[in-house]
Design a binder for this molecule. Structure first.
Ligand code: ZN
Ligand code: ZN
Length: 419
């Protein structure tokens, strides 16, 4: 029986993998300019980390985690997002002892048991950043601008930025009470999950995937009316910095994000070029998360972007992405003696930094040239036993078709990068 890849997973094949490399390199380049360093944490963690970090009442933890018991009976979960693991690593490795703020980024696979659809998979990839050790609103602005600039540098223009503040546990106490009271009036109109969320965590109702278009949600009390003085000031300063940077944004008072760990600033960057609006990058501040998973109180802020959805958007927008890897030279050989010489030349040219390929299927000259064409090389070097006997080879410019003879010992001095 044929075995296929599990539902919701993808093989990233060449040449598509070139596009992946491209958007990853763009991210790494930007990270260097903003002084973010890469962190790589395990693909799996103890389940408890996500239960405590992301929150028991979130869709992610309630429905979407890949959780299993390992051979020693411990509950393990494939990471559904990047932040909890990085906060765990930050605390475990005492990174708070290093110069703060510490600015980190990651690129890697995440796992959620969701219904697969366009741009949404069970194994998907995220690029994200996390900044620890400072509550400066200028960092909130930096993280938002960083996200915007990443998407812009990839070639996306029609971006809408939504921001909100969801306050701190202090200002949320009053808000939760009023929100509970409000939702209790409409209990029967909400989905079953939300009915239990009203008591456990009423803010989760606001981003319920089932109920989110209902009027009950849009008319719910707004957290912005409940912010304490500190949270109000923090939000005002974030907005100031965004304005200084000339960034247009919309305040969405009902945006709470799907994870429990957020505090203060939350934001989403949506792309509205074609058809429906898609969130392609989102994040927020999470000053309570480190404590939540058993560490000391450390302010943090970050974002994550889904790479699959990002690539889909770039494709829809017809943004130019690399489609093939360019080879410089294809070595065409005819005859056994010439092939030996050509194989030597193959490695010499590669050692000089050229991208070079040759024939491994004993094809005739015509087929070898056809292969060179398909590989879109700039030059073919043709070496037959006849040429070898005269100490020569032929260089063929594959774009113009021009050919010239060259002495064998001169080949390595030739510049094959010129157009
Ligand atoms: Zn507050
Ligand atoms: Zn609901």
């Amino acid at each position: 029986m044929k075995i296929n890849a599990p539902r919701g997973t993808n093989d990233i094949l060449p040449p598509l993998s070139l596009k992946w490399q491209y958007i990853e390199e763009k991210a790494r380049d930007l990270m260097a300019r903003y002084n973010y360093q890469e962190i790589r944490t395990p693909i799996f963690e103890y389940t408890e980390l996500f239960q405590r970090g992301i929150g028991e009442t979130t869709d992610v933890v309630e429905k979407e985690m890949y959780t299993f018991t390992d051979k020693s009976g411990r509950s393990i979960t494939l990471r559904p997002e990047g932040t909890a693991g990085i906060v765990r690593a930050y605390l475990e490795n005492k990174l708070y002892g290093q110069m703060q703020p510490l600015k980190l980024y990651y690129i890697g696979p995440m796992f959620r048991y969701e219904r697969p659809q366009a741009g949404r998979f069970r194994q998907f990839h995220q690029f994200g950043v996390e900044v620890f050790g400072s509550n400066d609103p200028a960092l909130d602005a930096e993280v938002i601008v960083l996200g915007v600039n990443y998407l812009k540098e990839l070639g996306l223009e029609n971006l809408d930025i939504y921001i909100n503040s969801i306050g701190c546990p202090d200002c949320r106490k009053e808000y939760f009470k009023d929100l509970q009271e409000y939702f209790n009036q409409y209990r029967q109109e909400l989905c079953e999950d939300c009915q239990s969320r009203i008591d456990r965590n009423p803010m989760r109702v606001l981003d319920c995937k089932v109920d989110n278009s209902k009027e009950i949600i849009s008319n719910a009390p707004s957290i912005l009316d409940y912010l304490c003085a500190d949270c109000q000031e923090h939000f005002a300063r974030v907005k100031d910095y965004l304005s200084v940077l000339g960034l247009d944004y919309t305040i969405d008072a009902r945006m709470v994000r799907g994870l429990d760990y957020y505090t203060n600033t939350v934001f989403e960057i949506k792309y509205s070029g074609l058809g429906a609006q898609d969130t392609i990058l989102a994040g927020g501040r999470y000053n309570g998360l480190a404590e939540e998973i058993g560490g000391k109180s450390i302010p943090g802020i970050g974002f994550a972007a889904g790479m699959e959805r990002l690539l889909l958007t770039l494709e829809k927008e017809k943004v130019d992405l690399p489609e093939s890897s360019e080879l410089d030279i294809y070595l065409v050989t005819i005859g056994e003696e010439a092939r030996k010489e050509a194989i030597k030349l193959l490695y010499q040219l590669r050692n000089k930094g050229y991208r070079v390929e040759t024939d491994y299927l004993e094809r005739g000259m015509k087929s070898q040239l056809k292969a060179a064409d398909r590989l879109m090389v700039k030059y073919a070097i043709i070496l037959g036993d006849d040429e070898l006997a005269q100490g020569k080879a032929i260089i063929k410019n594959m774009q113009t078709g021009e050919q010239e003879e060259i002495a064998l010992e001169k080949i390595l001095e030739e510049d094959f990068r010129k157009e």
